[in-house]
Design a protein around this ligand. Sequence first.
Ligand code: ATP
Ligand code: MG
Length: 569
Amino acid sequence: MNNKNNKYNNNFIYNIVKQDLKENKCLLLHTRFPPEPNGYLHIGHAKSIYLNFELANLYNGYCNLRFDDTNPIKENIKYINSIKNDIKWLGYQWNKKIHYSSEYFLQLYRYAEELIKKDLAYVDQLTKEQIRKYRGTLITAGTNSPYRNRNIEENLKLFEKMKKGHFNEGEACLRAKIDMSSPYIIMRDPVLYRIIYKKHHQTNNQWCIYPMYDFAHCISDSIEGITHSFCTLEFQDNKRLYNWILENTSVSHYPKQYEFARLNLKYSILSKRKIKILIEKKIINNWDDPRIQTISGLRRKGYTPSSIREFCKKIGITKQNNLIEFSMLEYCIRSELNAKAIRTMAVLDPIKLYLYNIDDNYQEIFTVPNHPKKPELGTHEIIFTNTIYIEKEDFKEKYEKNYKRLKIGSEIRLRYAYIIKAEKIEKDINGNITQIICFCDLNTLGKKPINRKNPAVIHWISVKNSHISEFRLYEKLFNIHNPEQEKNFLSFLNPNSMIVKNGFIEKKINEKIQTKINNIEIKNKNLFFQFERVGYFCVDLVDSKKNKLIFNRTVSLRDTWNNKKAKNN
Ligand code: ATP
Ligand code: MG
C-alpha cells in the first residue's frame, strides 16, 4: 500500500511533512481523521482518509480516528458504526483507541473558563438572529453586542448557569471576545458554546452546553498531540480562530492546520445534507444506494477498497478546487476487475433462439477459460443445446445499415460455439417475437469459416443451463456536471439512473454463488464477474434472494459515458 517513491508522495502536504521531519520541527508525525457522525462516509472522505493514514504509514507515525461529536441533534450511533466499518474496509487501522471530542468536554469547559478569566470570552444573550445581524458583512464591520462588556465574574457565573441548565436553548451562548471589525468574519466574536437539550450518544444527559466545531477541534487536536491537522480549503479562514484559541489558552501542544482542495466529483452529490434529502424523498433507497458515491454505495456497486485507494492516489492532493471526471473513478475499478474478474455469460434481456437442425436431446459441453489472459484462473463448463437465449438487442428483424449482429439471412458466431444463420422468426398474437429460428453450421466449431466472412460474436445461454436473475444497470444520478452547485439540484435527476433487467445466468454460477453468500465471511466482500460483452457485475448482497440473485453493474466494459458512440456499435 505504501510505495515510497510514487508521484502522490510529491504533493505539497508531503513536502511540508518531509521538511518538518527533516528540520526536527516534529519528531513523530501524528495525523487524525475527524468525521462528524452525522452521515455515512463518501468518496470525498476517502480522499482525506487516504491522505491522513497513508502519510502516517509512510513516516511511521500515527493517525487517530476522532469522532467530532459536538452536535447531538444530528449525530447517531448508527453513523459511528458505519464510519468505523468503512475505514476498516478501506484497509486502515486507527491508532489505539477511538477518540471522541466528547471525551474532552470537561477540559474544553475549563479552557472556556480560562478565556473568560482572561476577559477573552463572554456570555451573550442576543438571539441567534441578532447575532447574525450584528456580525456585519464582508463590506461592513460588525457591531458589539450590548452584553460584550459584562465583567468576568458575571460571565463566569452565567456560563456556569448555562452548564447547569438555567437557560433555554438559544437564550444564551458563549462568545470569544476578539474583534467585531475584523476583515475575517470568523474572528468577529465567534460563538464557542451553545445550549442544546438533547441526549448525546456518548455523554447522555451530562451536558446541555456543547462546544462549537472551531473551539473543540483545535483543542482536541492539541490534547491528542496531533502534529499536522489537514482539512479542506473552506477552513482557511477558520485557521485564524484555530490558532487564536490555541494561543490564548494554556494548551501545551500546538498542532498546525493545513488546507487542501476537497474532492468534487462530476455528476455527484457529496454533501451529507443533500444525500439525506435524496433518501427522505425516496429518490435513492438508502446511504448504500449504488447510485451515490458513499463508501457503502460504492462497495455495494462492486468497488473494491484497492480501487478506491487507487483513485485517491491518482487524483492527488492540490490547493486548487476542481471537478474530477467520474470516468477516472470508473477507470480505477475497471482496470482492477479487468485483471481479476471471472468471465462468464449472462443474458440480461433475453429472447429465445431455436436451432432447428439440432436434436432436442443433444447436449454438448464446452470448457471455457475463466479469464482470456490468465490460464491460472482456471476454466468452467458451459452447456450447448438447441434452444438458447440471446440478448434482444443482438437481433434485428428489420434491415438496418451497419448493423453487424444477427438479422434474417445473416450469420453470427455464438461465443465459444458455432456459426449460426437466422432464417425466420415466430411471433405471438401481439406481434412480439417469441423465437428466432436458425440454422447451426456444425462445421464451424473453433474454425474460421471457409470462403465466408468471419461474423461478429454474441453471447448466449442454453435455456436448460439458465437460472433467472435480476440485473441492475446504473447510470449517473444527475444529468449535469455539477449538481452540488445547484440550489434546486433535484431538478437535474437522470430518470434512468437505474434500469432493472430480468434475465439469466448459468445454473452452475448461480449454485456457486448461492453456497458462497450463505457464508457469513463473504458479507463484506464482493463477488464479481465480467458478464461477457455487458460489463463487470457484482452480487447485490442486500437484496439477493435464495432463488433469485441480483447483480449490480459495477462498471461497463468501456468508458461509454465519455464516448456515447461506443454504446451503439
Ligand atoms: P459533508 O460536506 O459531506 O457533510 P463534512 O466536511 O461536514 O462533509 P466531516 O465528517 O466533518 O464531513 O468530514 C471529516 C473529514 O473529511 C474532514 O476533515 C473533511 O475535511 C474531510 N472531507 C469531507 N468532505 C471531503 C471532500 N469532499 N474531499 C476531501 N475531504 C473531505
Ligand atoms: Mg464537518
